[in-house]
Design a binder for this molecule. Structure first.
Ligand code: TXA
Ligand code: MG
Length: 317
């Protein structure tokens, strides 16, 4: 039996199967099996009102999961699927309330990782897959991170190597009157607007507190355990020059300032490469168990929107 056949059989039996996507690893369960859904929420430690994304093998499955498929959804799916974009649409009648957090909408996405697509095609149905981390922690971007976090709680971890995108999908809500980006990602606002015209952006339009449906609306989402702070390049230069004892107790993710000490990672200045390595870099710095992690603020550029969002959340108290 192939590993994909094993994975399908486990999903059919209501077990949890972790698998790679191009963004981050997902913890998968059969979207139509209430017991499997409950098992997944328990394993993740996720509040039951926090909805999950249903992963599909192809755009042709959209109309099975959504009660209406607006033209904007077809346009975006045609342009970006398979790929790192999640569409929120009005849910079809049969969609379990447990996976939508009781809302009338459902999150849908066709991932582009070949292993994810093999699994989804072989399974046939929808697979809910939150990022394969315990609630509030950093998302995993390699199979080993998943095994370390879940151990025997997960029946099988499909290993598809390191994730190419590195941060979670862009989420756009098409169930409201005007489309709204709920979670920025590596497909940015301008790329979306080029396809469907002007969209709203949740964190720009509303205060965080009022975005009840927005993902990761809780502080310290996507966070390492070491306190994280965003700083300027100048502040890092100052720090590098000091021979302060603090320097030894500080981990740094820098973009432009060369290493002051061994606790210092210099990341790539290309946003795609920065995102790809971001969670691995933060995990590595977190493991040092120092007093703090300082991250150099990236450029204020549309290509860095998704990265800014994750860094802001990681630095939230
Ligand atoms: O890249 C990704 O999207 C990864 C991979 C595994 O596909 N998945 C992921 O899932 O990041 P998760 O559960 O960690 O984050 C999904 C977010 C949640 O924070 C949730 O609030 C939001 O999607 N979401 C899901 N359904 C929603 C809905 N109906 N309305 C609003 N937000 C929704
Ligand atoms: Mg997550």
């Amino acid at each position: 039996m192939s590993i994909i056949e094993q994975a399908v059989e486990l999903l059919q039996r209501g077990e949890l199967v972790a698998f790679p996507t191009e963004t981050v690893y997902g913890l998968g369960a059969d979207a139509s099996n209430s017991a499997a859904v409950a098992k997944l929420y328990r394993a993740k430690g996720r509040p039951t009102n926090h909805p999950v994304i249903v992963h599909l093998a192809g755009v042709d499955q959209l109309s099975h999961w959504a009660s209406t498929v607006p033209e904007a959804a077809i346009k975006l799916a045609t342009k970006f699927w398979p790929g790192p974009l999640t569409l929120i649409l009005p849910k079809a009648e049969h969609v379990l309330d447990e996976i939508t957090g009781g809302q009338k909408s459902v999150g849908l996405r066709v991932p582009s990782h070949p292993v994810a697509l093999d699994l989804l095609r072989a399974f046939g149905g929808g697979v809910i897959a939150p990022s394969a981390n315990k609630f509030g922690r950093l998302s995993p971007t390699c199979a080993e991170d998943v095994r370390n976090e879940f151990g025997a709680e997960v029946a099988l971890v499909l290993d598809g190597g390191a994730c190419a995108v590195g941060i979670e999908s862009t989420i756009i809500d098409l169930s409201r009157e005007q489309p709204m980006i709920l979670r920025p990602g590596m497909i940015d606002q301008s790329q979306i607007e080029a396809v469907i015209g002007p969209v709203l952006v949740a964190h720009k339009q509303e205060s965080t507190a009022s975005v009840t449906r927005a993902p990761g609306d809780l502080a310290s989402h996507y966070a390492p355990t070491t306190p994280l702070q965003l700083v300027t390049a100048d502040e890092l230069r100052q720090l590098a020059k000091s021979n302060d004892a603090q320097l030894d107790r500080t981990a740094v993710l820098s973009l432009s300032v060369a290493p002051g000490c061994c606790n210092w990672i210099v990341a790539d200045r290309d946003p795609e490469l920065f995102a790809r390595a971001l969670y691995q870099n933060l995990r590595q710095l977190d493991k040092l168990k120092l007093d703090r992690i300082l991250v150099e603020s990236p450029p204020r550029d549309p290509h860095w929107e998704g990265i800014w969002d994750r860094l802001n959340r990681a630095s939230a108290k």
